[in-house]
Design a protein around this ligand. Structure first.
Ligand code: PHE
Length: 461
């Protein structure tokens, strides 16, 4: 079985594909809008801490589980533990992939829709700066517009996963990621040079700690997982196609570095523009669609750049969405013996069905809320802020306590011999972070967000 399994063509192939999974709407669409809703700089700092002390160690652990077992999440946990409970943790990841893709593809659909808007030159019709916000609301208010592009994007995702790992996923990422990077830098420079950009930079750099509470910390933690594609087995699955000759630790570092840099560049590009144009930083999921059109119309070559940007954003979303679908598909292929082609089509169909009520939350179902959240926000919250951190907690506990470092380290060492010899402290840090920091911190954030931590503190002090 192992001999027939697909694999990456090269080490850069893995890094680009994994970075392609990590870098996506999370960085460019979600990070700016949740930073805007949760107070800017202080949120960004909490998020960066979560990335460094939890995200990075858990990323190494997740890739390692995949590479050591060469299995999908369920099969991988089962192979290492022989226990149904741990296989269930992998199963939670499959569910996570299902849920995330169902709303992720809707936003990616907006991005495709905006390619068409850009080509039509519609942004140049806006007289006032706030007109772009109204234009966005009109578009998502249209059931056919939102469902049509959503379904179209799901079809694109399916086609690539259908084609398989090397031909589909790896080749695409190699070309698209570098172009996206350069375009974002151009947008950032345009943002910084706008009149009034300083207010945006201030919003991003001057922390206001009064804005931080239990809920914002949970959101920052959830986003650290979301943006690194962690806690639901996507990195595990990609790791399962990785060669034992490659260094997991340095690969993980590069992924974290690229992902974080892109989010920060996107943040600067958006917030300079938001403040320079007097838009509302708390606009929610529509933020970049409100903001960027007004930046493009102020740029030389704005017509061309706006088209290119939304094409690249769509492609960045695509390199992430395929990793979401791949997790679900690999489970059905490995464990249920489905054919890859059959699995890709059937599963994508059900994910699309689940996405329909989320798409309708922007129009017909906009008044329908559960616990103050519309259907879209609810699915996002459950998946991103509960399932992913919980997955990360369990992955840490699994590697550090159940699998055990005695067995873990020889596996991690493969491909990283140099690093083990020259920088043994890196390994020691990783062990401590995984064994204590990450499980305890995630646990505390959960307690905090359901309000139990306050009561415990009161009890003792
Ligand atoms: N990391 C992706 C992004 O930032 C989203 C994602 C989450 C992909 C979880 C796979 C798994 O856009």
């Amino acid at each position: 079985m192992e001999a027939q399994r697909e694999s990456w063509g090269s080490k850069t192939g893995f890094i680009l594909a994994a970075a392609g999974s990590a870098i996506g709407l999370g960085n460019i669409w979600k990070f700016p809008y949740i930073a805007g809703e949760n107070g800017g700089a202080s949120f960004v700092i909490v998020y960066l801490i979560c990335i460094a002390v939890i995200g990075f160690p858990v990323l190494i652990a997740e890739i390692l589980i995949g590479r050591s077992t060469q299995r999908n999440p369920v099969g991988a946990f089962f192979k290492l533990s022989g226990s149904k409970f741990w296989a269930g943790v992998g199963g939670m990841g499959i569910v996570g992939g299902f849920l995330i893709l169902s709303f992720y593809a809707i936003i990616a659909g907006w991005s495709i829709g905006y390619i068409v808007e850009a080509i039509d030159g519609n942004f140049f019709n806006f007289v006032e700066e706030t007109a772009s916000a109204q234009h966005f609301l009109n578009l998502v208010g249209n059931v056919y517009w939102i469902l049509g592009y959503f379904i179209f994007f799901m079809m694109l995702t399916t086609v690539i996963v259908f084609a398989g790992v090397k031909k589909g996923i790896e080749r695409g990422s190699k070309i698209m990621m570098p172009i996206l990077f350069f375009l974002l830098i151009i947008l950032m420079i345009r943002g910084i040079t706008l009149n009034g950009a300083e207010k945006g930079l201030e919003f991003l750099w001057n922390p206001d700690w009064s804005k931080i509470n239990a809920n914002t910390i949970l959101i920052a933690l959830g986003h650290a997982f979301f943006t690194l594609s962690l806690g639901m087995g996507a990195m595990l699955t990609y790791g399962s196609y990785m060669s034992k000759k490659d260094n997991i630790i340095s690969s993980a570092f590069q992924i974290v570095f690229l992902d974080t840099i892109i989010a920060l560049i996107a943040g600067i590009a958006i917030f300079t523009a938001v403040f320079a144009t007097g838009l509302n930083p708390q606009a929610g999921p529509g933020l970049i669609f409100h903001t960027l059109p007004s930046v493009f119309i102020k740029m030389p070559g704005g017509y061309f750049f706006s088209i290119l940007f939304f094409i690249l954003l769509t492609l960045a979303a695509l390199t992430s969405s395929i990793s979401l679908l791949e997790v679900v598909v690999s489970y059905f292929v490995d464990e249920r013996k489905w054919k890859r082609h059959h699995a890709a089509i059937v599963l994508a169909f059900f994910i699309t069905l689940l996405g329909v009520p989320s798409a309708l939350s922007y129009n017909v179902l906009s008044d329908f809320t559960i616990a103050g959240k519309n259907f879209f926000d609810l699915v996002d919250f459950i998946a991103s802020n509960i399932l992913l951190p919980l997955g990360g907690l369990l992955i840490s506990v699994f590697v550090a306590w159940k699998w055990g470092f005695k067995k873990v380290l020889p596996n991690l060492r493969e491909g990283a011999e140099n690093l083990f010899e020259k920088y043994p402290w890196v390994i020691s840090f990783w062990k401590i972070f995984l064994k204590y920091f990450s499980p305890i911190l995630i646990f505390l954030v959960f307690l905090n967000s359901i309000g139990i931590l306050d009561k415990i503190i009161e009890l003792f002090f």
